[in-house]
Design a protein around this ligand. Structure first.
Ligand code: BEZ
Length: 250
């Protein structure tokens, strides 16, 4: 059976996931884009952060594999292109590659790092943050359990890659990068709406593996499993994100 896939809807993303770009502001400070620099935003989504890089005076190109998100980025007036992060095809074109909350969707990390390396000019830098080891553990367990109760293999549906710093440092160094910093840190993330909204936005690979008639029940079961530790008395949800943040250069 072909694995079910995640699909991206820019309007829903704008409604339920604006926090992704807001949390990216600290990473933008770490990138410290300078006027006139050429920067690649890898996994630019709807371009909310790409636009903030451009506002700092850099000449930025955003790439994303999701056509609907790229269309939203273009609507902001950005240079955005539909390109898979595991098949980057730039050569010696950028002073820096930036990536926020995207690389956990790219399950072939060596292809990503090789493409980043090739895209950078000599001495170029790579600044990225994405889900790291332990990210949303309880949520993944609850999804796998809910699918398992229906005879489905949730682990086979898992679309995410959450590495630890040791593993990722070794990969970067094997591709010729010098790692300036790499660290894992917890970042509990309050959701603007329900856990069901988050699942609709991000967990399509799990939900779409089940018949449509089962999906609401799966979301309810996941919420029930998570409620005690992730939802307060006023019904506000917080998801246990763990980030891997890195800065490296050639
Ligand atoms: C994250 O940002 O860590 C993330 C977002 C959606 C799905 C999985 C992970």
């Amino acid at each position: 059976m072909e694995p079910a896939t995640q699909s991206w809807n820019a309007a829903r993303y704008a409604r339920t996931a604006r926090f992704v770009a807001d949390f990216g502001e600290a990473l933008l400070d770490m990138l410290a884009p300078r006027s006139g620099e050429r920067i690649l935003d890898l996994g630019c989504g709807d371009g909310a952060l790409t636009q903030r890089i451009a506002a700092r005076g850099a000449d930025v190109v955003g790439v994303d594999s999701a056509p609907d998100m790229v269309a939203a980025a273009k609507a902001r007036g950005l240079d955005a292109r539909v390109i898979d992060g595991e098949a980057l095809d730039f050569t010696c074109a950028f002073d820096a590659v930036f990536s926020n909350a995207a690389m956990h969707w790219m399950r072939q990390p060596d292809k990503v790092i090789a493409g980043v390396r090739q895209a950078l000019k000599p001495g170029g830098r790579f600044v990225a943050e994405f889900g790291g080891e332990g990210n949303i553990d309880a949520l993944v367990r609850a999804l796998v359990a809910a699918l398992g109760r229906r005879g489905l293999d949730g682990r086979a549906c898992d679309p995410w890659y959450f590495p630890g710093p040791g593993e990722y440092r070794a990969r970067l160094e094997a591709h010729g990068f010098t790692v300036d910093s790499i660290a894992l840190f917890p970042r509990p993330t309050p959701l603007p709406g329900s856990l069901g909204d988050w699942l609709d936005t991000f967990a399509g690979a799990f939900l779409n593996a089940a018949p449509e008639a089962e999906r609401q029940a799966i979301k309810d079961e996941v919420a029930d499993a998570m409620r005690a530790d992730h939802c307060d008395a006023d019904g506000r949800w917080t998801v246990a994100y763990v980030r891997l943040r890195l800065a490296a250069h050639l």
